[in-house]
Design a protein around this ligand. Structure first.
Ligand code: GDP
Length: 296
């Protein structure tokens, strides 16, 4: 992830580093390269425009042209602005002080939602010593509930027993009841996905949200989706009000664009990264680390 963006900006910044004095045109030329690099990394156009404008304003405000090492200063401004746009600090999952915490997983089918649900549950159960219950609310995709059960076995996490024919809201309520009665710290609800956003899906998930009042609504999105990531993120944000994002498949050759766009468009923190198919392939999202990876 991010490699090509890094290479690209690396070239620009190498040129800038070598030059002592910069003209305003040099800065503009550098920003043009930044713009192209971001676009090539699949960052959405409005986000790119805002980003470049933000950097330009800061560069002018800080009198880059008159500074001793203008190239370095532009690099620092781009880097700082990138970190800021990505969300500045690592943002952890919202866990309540009055359990059970309800975490609702939402996203398109195939985004890695069910796998991510199990990954998070395994981490909470293991490292964080939480008692976790998972429930699949996906009654449409054949075997979805069974898939979560199998993952639960692998992750040593309890899953709610499957009642054939039960509908999503009823399953969710039953999960919360079990969660409260049996002393669970966290109840994770894995909602159904679709190949594309549709009203029916959103209405179904909204009904679950209203019935369960989740503390965390985590949008799971594939880092490979590129430009489309923005549409997905804003649709889920608008209809459901997400509280965080988990970006999957960062182990693939995706460009970094999705992370930057989704954060900028929703204003929600990217909390976690999925970096492989295995259940332990789960990483915290650190904006500063990602930014330095982007810029090299
Ligand atoms: P869902 O339809 O959104 O629930 O998606 P699944 O959880 O069933 O995942 C779809 C496929 O993506 C499965 O083969 C997963 O193993 C795979 N997958 C999920 N997360 C990741 C990830 O972070 N990296 C990679 N390489 N594969 C992933």
């Amino acid at each position: 992830m991010f490699e090509s963006l890094q290479e690209r900006l690396g070239d620009v910044f190498d040129k800038l580093r070598r030059r002592g004095a910069l003209s305003e045109e040099d800065v503009s030329a550098a920003l043009r390269e930044v713009r192209i690099a971001l676009l090539e990394a699949d960052v959405a156009l409005p986000v790119v425009k805002d980003f470049v404008e933000g950097v330009r304003e800061k560069a002018i405000g800080q009198e880059v042209l008159r500074s001793v090492t203008p190239g370095q200063m532009v690099i620092k401004i781009v880097n700082d602005h990138l970190v800021e746009t990505l969300g500045s600090e690592h943002s952890a999952l919202n866990l309540t002080t009055t359990p059970p915490t309800v975490i609702m997983m939402v996203g398109l089918q195939g985004s890695g939602k069910t796998t991510s649900c199990a990954k998070i549950a395994m981490r909470l159960t293991g490292k964080e010593k939480q008692k976790v219950l998972m429930a699949s609310l996906d009654v449409r995709r054949p075997a979805a509930q069974e898939q979560l059960r199998v993952l639960g076995e692998q992750a040593l996490v309890k899953t709610l027993n499957i009642v054939p024919g039960e509908q999503p809201v009823a399953i969710a309520k039953r999960a919360l009841q079990s969660g409260a009665l049996e002393g669970y710290d966290v109840v994770m609800l894995d909602t159904a996905g679709r190949l594309a956003i549709d009203e029916e899906l959103m209405a179904e998930v909204a009904a679950v949200r209203d019935a369960t009042k989740p503390h965390e609504t985590l949008l799971v999105a594939d880092a490979m989706t590129g430009q489309d990531a923005v549409n997905v993120a804003s649709a889920f944000q608008e209809k459901l009000g997400i509280t965080g994002i988990m970006l999957t498949r960062v182990d693939g050759d995706a460009r970094g664009g999705a992370a930057l766009s989704m954060r900028a468009v929703t204003g929600c923190p990217i909390k976690l990264l999925g970096s492989g198919e295995k259940l332990d392939a789960l990483e915290d999202f650190h904006p500063d680390r990602i930014a330095s990876r982007i810029l090299g």
